[in-house]
Design a protein around this ligand. Structure first.
Ligand SMILES: C[C@](O)(CO)[C@H](O)COP(=O)(O)OP(=O)(O)OC[C@H]1O[C@@H](n2ccc(N)nc2=O)[C@H](O)[C@@H]1O
Ligand SMILES: Nc1ncnc2c1ncn2[C@@H]1O[C@H](COP(=O)(O)OP(=O)(O)OP(=O)(O)O)[C@@H](O)[C@H]1O
Length: 285
């Protein structure tokens, strides 16, 4: 076996959208119980792992505004080391494409890719379940990226079931603001008692996001982005925002919406994918 395979290669950390988000209750520790649909996208950050022999975890190019030791990739690598007793080190190169604080799960996905790939490169042998449990300690959105496919999520998002969705096109606007997830979940007038629904209810069109109203009230650019995108198709919020998205059956319609919006907004075109880009690469060997 070539035990060096994978070092120095670019590994994808894909984005997600929450196609719906219902808040159905609250746990004693304050975390909210959700029902959500995670849609994996082909839009990715890219991570490269370089072996080092001093046992340290470092970043080649720290993200502006995020201290190195707080970076979710560094925290994920250090968590793997402390959990397993592994003494090896790594230098991580992050190619950041996903907007931060956008509700696309970029930081969480970076953490998940780090857990999955270093588990392999360091030969730790942890199961997917163990990596998901470790990931949950870093953030509620990490487990789904370790799970690696579009999913129906419950609990705080860690109770996951694979879901097969039509692989449609998405136009995503990143409004010029940064929404703090904790702030939205602590808002007094947030809906916290939505009725539990089934997957069939969602597939029949029940796709609201319970955070939308609070976010639109607090962040005017999010409301403006929903209004702008609504001209082309139904526009919704992902997670706690700030990004808003609309889905299209074909690429041409998505591209024409993108054309109409790109002069005024930061816009992304993405394709939905049932299997995450990380697992597509892992399967290729
Ligand atoms: C909104 C979603 O993106 C939907 O996928 C996630 O639930 C949020 O996941 P995340 O960004 O990984 O969030 P975390 O870093 O775990 O949580 C940030 C803060 O949001 C609040 N929080 C988060 C998730 C949740 N189910 N209930 C909460 O109340 C907590 O106060 C927490 O301190
Ligand atoms: N590698 C990383 N990439 C992005 N953000 C990071 C990273 N490490 C730490 N962070 C911190 O995490 C915060 C949230 O970033 P992220 O891009 O995951 O937001 P998000 O898309 O809103 O996530 P979610 O949808 O999970 O709420 C950032 O503002 C930043 O301070």
């Amino acid at each position: 076996m070539d035990f060096m395979a994978g070092w120095g290669e670019r590994w994808p950390a894909p984005a997600k959208l929450n196609l719906m988000l219902r808040i159905t209750g609250r746990r004693p520790d304050g975390y909210h119980l959700l029902q959500t649909v995670f849609q994996m996208l082909d839009l990715c950050d890219w991570l490269t792992f370089h072996p080092v022999d001093d046992g340290r975890v470092t970043l080649r190019n720290p993200i502006s505004g995020v201290p190195e030791q707080d970076d979710l990739t560094v925290r994920a690598a250090n968590l793997l080391k402390s959990h397993t007793g592994c003494v090896r080190g790594v230098c991580i190169d992050i190619e950041k494409n996903l907007p931060m604080g956008g509700g696309l799960g970029g930081g969480s996905s970076d953490a998940a890719t780090t857990l999955v790939v270093l588990n392999r490169l360091w030969g730790l042998g942890l199961s997917k379940r163990e990596l998901m449990d470790l990931g949950l300690r870093l953030g509620a959105d990490v487990p789904v990226f370790v799970f690696g496919c579009s999913a129906w999520g419950e609990g705080v998002g860690e109770d996951l079931q694979a879901i097969t969705l039509p692989e449609q096109w998405f136009v995503i606007i990143k409004p010029d603001c940064h929404v703090n997830t904790g702030e939205i979940f602590s808002a007094e007038n947030l809906t916290r008692n939505s009725a539990v629904i089934t997957m069939s209810d969602f597939l029949a069109g029940d796709n609201r996001n319970d955070c939308s109203e609070v976010v639109c009230k607090l962040y005017r650019p999010v409301k403006d982005a929903i209004d702008a995108l609504s001209f082309y198709a139904e526009a919704r919020l992902t997670g706690t925002g700030a990004c808003v998205f609309a889905q299209f059956c074909n690429k041409e319609d998505a591209e024409s919406a993108l054309e109409g919006l790109k002069d005024r907004w930061l816009v992304f075109l993405a394709k939905g994918s049932n299997q995450s880009a990380l697992y597509k690469k892992l399967e290729q060997g």
